[in-house]
Each structure stands twice: as structure tokens, then as C-alpha cells.
Design a protein. Structure first.
Ligand SMILES: [Zn+2]
Length: 446
């Protein structure tokens, strides 16, 4: 008993405090809604520039209206149909709520008075095509354009002042398509999807409409609610939805388009996101990694012997590869493109080095041949016409001897092994034990 009285007292304090905290806004709103002191009212007007944010509504787009937590925008499609639209108008008027209506051209044509009533009540009026086809996503753009134009023309024609028509468009059935959106954007029309529907076009009860509206709003905490002012279940559900919005502390925002005299409400980019990232909210994505594409092929074949620019008679000079090595080298990773970039000026050096090495190789091979006539022929093939005297000899102590001659050892010719080929890299002059080797040296003539 003691415990329950404490709880009751605590609750009454909370209710009192909440009442004091919220007393300011309902009092102000009640003053704006004569005869309806308990009205939900409209808390503020949001002025938007369609060109800055052309696609809104998180049901389909990244951005939505820059609403604060617990702010709601009511939208009604497909009207006006007098029987239901007039009842919706009355309910909204009794709550001093301003909403946005998306008019079907044929309805405006049949009931222009209904459009004028919406404008007179201060609601925002956009359009929703001429005939409400549910094929906008696959319709030729010329046909879509005719549908869009018909809706705009007949709605504007119904108005006393056509400039009251907002450049807001909702695609029938939300059947979006990129080409269609681009067309609408190019005309300065803002494409309104929604943040949540209440399924009031389905065969569900009005109670279900009310439940879905509140459940889906509570899940997001704010947003654009999509309703239809041509449905009996919507008319039945609307008072209950509005009462519950008020009880849960939601506020209604009225959206109007920016004009020359009425600049857009200042906003930041992140306010147009349903849940702007904050330092305390982890982002569910890794940073984007750049996608590099250098080639269509993932691996390249290992070069063949012929690709190495080696003459057939020199194949025996190459170190032998074991089977394991061959398998490892059967494919190679694709190198980056910049690996092949050779700085300007270095090409000449590379070419001259290669050609002088080739010339030296030829001379060395010629030296090994016993026929003197071939020696002469080899001399005649000197690189770039330069003459060179060949000193070929067979000796057991070749490397030191060649060094004594102050001539460069140009090609050390091992018989077959890899160990001998290492001598070509200068090992011979670094104290490698002498062994029988064929050496050719070049001595330039003065
Ligand atoms: Zn519709």
C-alpha cells in the first residue's frame, strides 16, 4: 500500500511537470485555432526550394524533408472527391492542421470547387498526374509528360490564382523511374515520395489505418505520412490519428514552396537525412575503397623464352629452372600500369646498353669459333660501326688475365650451370676460385 501511494504521488508530479513544460505551445496553438482549444494545430511552416532537394521521402530516396524529431507532415493523394475530401477538410480545420494535397487532373476537372476549397483553407496543393496511371515506371517519357502536364493544367485551371499551385509532384503509385525523375527535376518539380504510408488504399479497416500510421511514425520518430482523401476508412481513421499524435507529443509541419518573396527555410544538408550521422552513432558502412581497373585479365602468362629477346644459340646460357619454379611462375600477377612508365631520357640508355651487350655477345661467340675467317666476320659486325679488336684466348686463369689487360670482361661463358652464370655478374673478379673458363675481352682501338 505504501509503495503504491509513492508511485501515485510520483506519477502526479510527472504529469504536473510535463503539463508545465508543454503548457506554452498548446496555449499558443489554441489561440491560432479559435473554438478548438484542444487542437493539435500546425507548429511551423517549412519553406523548401524544390531545385535544391528534388527527390524526397525515405520510402524511395536518400533525402526527406528536414524535420525535427516528432515533426510530421500530412499528405493526401488522389482527390478531390467532394464526399470524402470535404470531410477531411473539416477534420483538419477543426485541428487547425495544414497539409499537402496531390491532385489528380481528372478530379480537378470534375470538381474544381474542391481545389479552390483546399487553397482557401491554406493547404498546399501539388499534382499527381492527369489520369493516375500506374505505369509511370515503364511509360515513354512523352506520355509521362502529357500525364504530368494534364494534372498541372487542370489543377491550375481550377484555382482562382494559378500561382498558388506548388511545384510538388507525387508519382502515382510511387512508380518511380530514373528517366521520369530526371524529367521532373529538369522542370523544377519536387518529387515527393513519403516516409511511411498507412495502407489506406487497401481493403483494411479504419482502425488498421490508424494503427499503421502510428506504428510506422513511431518507428521513424518523424516524417511524411501518405494518406488518401478519397477513402472512407481514411476519413474514419483521421480524427483518431490526430488525437494520438497530440497525445504522443507530435507536431504538424506545413510545407510550402520557396518563391521570390518567400525564401527557403535555412537548413543544412544533413537535416535532409532521416537520421543524420552523429559522432555517437556508428556508421554501418566502411569507407569506400577506390576501384582500380588496369586490365580485363586477372593474371598474365609467364613470358616465353622467345619473349626475353634471347637468340636461340644462347638458350643454354640461362639457368635451369627446377620443376617447382616452373609451376610457380606459370602465372604472374598483373603489374600496375605505372611499372611500365619509363622516365623520358632513360630509353636511349636502355637501348644503347642492350645493343652494346648484344654486340659484345656476338663478338664473344665469334671468338670461340676456331675459324679465323669467322673472327673477321664478327669484327665486321661491331655495334654502330665502331671497330673493336678481339682478344679471344683459352686459358685456365682467364679472369685475372683479362683484368690485367685493362679491358672489360664482356661475357663470361659458363658451360651450363647456374653457379657459372653467377660469374657473369662480376663474381669472377670478387675472389671466386679460378676455374677453367672461356673468356673474351674487348680492347678498343685508339
Ligand atoms: Zn495516388
Amino acid at each position: 500500500m505504501i509503495g503504491s501511494s509513492v508511485v501515485l504521488r510520483t506519477r502526479s508530479w510527472i504529469v504536473l511537470c510535463l503539463g508545465m513544460l508543454t503548457a506554452g505551445s498548446p496555449a499558443a496553438l489554441a489561440a491560432d485555432c479559435p473554438g478548438h482549444p484542444d487542437a493539435l494545430g500546425t507548429s511551423r511552416t517549412l519553406v523548401v526550394d524544390p531545385r535544391e532537394h528534388p527527390l524526397i521521402g525515405t520510402m524511395q530516396y536518400r533525402e526527406t524533408l528536414p524535420l525535427k524529431d516528432h515533426e510530421v507532415v500530412l499528405t493526401f493523394d488522389d482527390g478531390p472527391i467532394p464526399k470524402y475530401s470535404n470531410q477531411v477538410l473539416k477534420i483538419l480545420a477543426d485541428e487547425c492542421i495544414k497539409a499537402t494535397f496531390f491532385i489528380v487532373g481528372n478530379q480537378a476537372k470534375a470538381n474544381p470547387e474542391g481545389v479552390r476549397k483546399l487553397v482557401a483553407a491554406g493547404h498546399t496543393v501539388g499534382t499527381h498526374s492527369m489520369d493516375h496511371p500506374l505505369t509511370f515506371d515503364r511509360m515513354p517519357i512523352e506520355k509521362a509528360e502529357a500525364e504530368i502536364n494534364g494534372g498541372i493544367e487542370w489543377t491550375a485551371a481550377a484555382m482562382t490564382d494559378p500561382s498558388q499551385l506548388a511545384p510538388f509532384f507525387r508519382i502515382p503509385g510511387l512508380m518511380r523511374a530514373e528517366g521520369l525523375e530526371n524529367h521532373l527535376i529538369s522542370r523544377g518539380l519536387q518529387v515527393w515520395s513519403a516516409d511511411f504510408p498507412a495502407d489506406d488504399w487497401r481493403h483494411v479497416s479504419s482502425d488498421r489505418v490508424y494503427q499503421l500510421a502510428i506504428q510506422r511514425l513511431e518507428a521513424k520518430g518523424k516524417g511524411i505520412l501518405l494518406l488518401h482523401d478519397i477513402q472512407a476508412r481514411t476519413v474514419a481513421a483521421l480524427p483518431k490519428i490526430i488525437r494520438d499524435l497530440k497525445a504522443r507529443g507530435y507536431r504538424i509541419v506545413h510545407v510550402v514552396p520557396a518563391t521570390a518573396e518567400r525564401p527557403a527555410t535555412p537548413t543544412t544538408q544533413v537535416e535532409w537525412l532521416m537520421h543524420p550521422p552523429t559522432e555517437t552513432t556508428p556508421i554501418a558502412r566502411w569507407p569506400r575503397v577506390p576501384h582500380f581497373v588496369f586490365t580485363q585479365t586477372r593474371t598474365l602468362p609467364a613470358p616465353a623464352l622467345a619473349d626475353l629477346n634471347v637468340q636461340g644459340e644462347h638458350q643454354s646460357l640461362l639457368p635451369r629452372r627446377s620443376k617447382g619454379q616452373i609451376d610457380l611462375a606459370s602465372t604472374l600477377p598483373v603489374p600496375g600500369r605505372d611499372l611500365f612508365a619509363i622516365p623520358e631520357g632513360s630509353v636511349e640508355v636502355l637501348m644503347s646498353t642492350t645493343s652494346s651487350r648484344r654486340a659484345a655477345t656476338r663478338l664473344a661467340m665469334a671468338a670461340e669459333r676456331p675459324h679465323p675467317a669467322k673472327d673477321k666476320a664478327a669484327q665486321g659486325r661491331g655495334a654502330k660501326g665502331k671497330t673493336a679488336k678481339l682478344h679471344g684466348r683459352r686459358t685456365a686463369q682467364a679472369a685475372p688475365a683479362a683484368a690485367d689487360h685493362a679491358a672489360q670482361p664482356v661475357d663470361i661463358v659458363p658451360k651450363s650451370t647456374a653457379a657459372k652464370s653467377a660469374a657473369a655478374n662480376g663474381a669472377a673478379s670478387k675472389g671466386v676460385p679460378p676455374r677453367p673458363t672461356r673468356v673474351a675481352s674487348l680492347k678498343k682501338r685508339a
